[in-house]
Design a protein around this ligand. Structure first.
Ligand SMILES: [Zn+2]
Length: 59
């Protein structure tokens, strides 16, 4: 099942929506920001409250 998650880019601060695959469970992956193209560390977690997506950046 695919879900839409909203997040804010940790590099440029722009907000955008991205599709996440909630059927695979928790996941960490890198996705490029659609605005500034810098790599965002995505931390996807699924629990009874729904889908949570946290964005971080490598330093
Ligand atoms: Zn960005």
């Amino acid at each position: 099942m695919q879900d839409v998650a909203r997040l804010q880019c940790p590099w440029c601060g722009e907000r955008f929506e991205t599709l996440v695959d909630a059927s695979a469970g928790d996941a960490d992956y890198i996705e490029d920001c659609p605005v500034c193209c810098r790599p965002i560390e995505m931390h996807l977690s699924i629990d009874e409250d729904g889908t949570h997506l946290a964005a971080g950046r490598e330093d």
